[in-house]
Design a protein around this ligand. Structure first.
Ligand code: FMN
Length: 221
């Protein structure tokens, strides 16, 4: 049997996970230039201090070289009840480093597949921002589909992992919004997370038994 070559990419090291109940993965390739995602980051700062309910992970700052410490990330996720992905939509998907994080951290046998129960019963909430307006994400608009259609892979990813998929909160037209609109979005996110899990809009959704999560064993062959 051939031996495995030395990994080309040594894992980056991360601080030990905290006990926050909510893990916000903020994935922006250029946060300094951001307006919308930085507004979310700023709004969540009061919840992300020591002892607060939120752990705010600036993914590009944490892994600028795209080296992800998978066990450390899995430990973070294992502690969390609610997982949030905040990101600018790029080519109708998540930014590249968030995709890599998903690929590597939501591993077979850990997040899904035989023995893959680590995320079961937790919840996933997506906070996408778009350059396109709300009208552009309509059948008659140039993006032709609602934003939820472009998020379908993550909805199914959640189901496969036994995560409850909460209705995404998209912020459209991000370039055109003024500072008060961006701050209002951030405040809405902060207020909902501060109430977790007693958010009126999520009641009932969190009771979902996730019966659709069962995946036939042959799916992994
Ligand atoms: C490489 C790239 C791809 C993008 N693709 C899309 C897209 O598919 N749909 C869209 O509405 N906006 C797209 N945008 C615009 C970003 O979503 C938008 O700039 C961002 O959400 C604004 O948030 P921010 O202020 O936090 O940067 C793209 C931007 C970049 C840089």
């Amino acid at each position: 049997m051939p031996t495995c070559p030395k990994p080309l990419r040594p894992a980056c090291t991360h601080p030990a996970p905290t006990m926050a109940r909510i893990l916000v993965v903020l994935a922006h390739p250029d946060l300094q230039a951001s307006r919308a995602n930085r507004a979310v980051q700023a709004a969540l700062a009061p919840l992300a201090g020591p002892g607060g309910p939120v752990e705010l992970l600036d993914l590009y700052a944490r892994c600028p070289d795209y080296l992800i410490d998978v066990p450390a990330e899995q430990a973070r996720l294992a502690e969390a009840e609610l997982i949030v992905w905040a990101f600018p939509v790029q080519w109708y998907s998540v930014p590249a480093l968030l995709k890599l994080w998903i690929d590597e951290v939501l591993a077979f046998g850990w997040a899904y597949g035989p023995g893959g129960q680590a995320l079961r019963g937790k919840a996933l909430w997506l906070l996408p921002t778009t350059g396109g307006s709300a009208a552009s994400y309509q059948p008659a608009g140039h993006n032709r589909h609602g934003i939820e259609v472009f998020l379908t892979p993550w909805e199914q990813t959640a189901r496969l992992c036994g995560l409850r998929y909460l209705p995404p909160l998209a912020l459209h037209d991000a370039h055109a919004l003024d500072a008060s609109a961006l701050a209002a979005h951030g405040a809405q996110v902060r207020d909902m997370l501060a109430r977790w899990p007693a958010v009126p809009a999520w009641q009932g959704l969190l009771d979902d038994d996730c019966v659709d999560c069962a995946v036939p064993a042959e799916a992994y062959c």
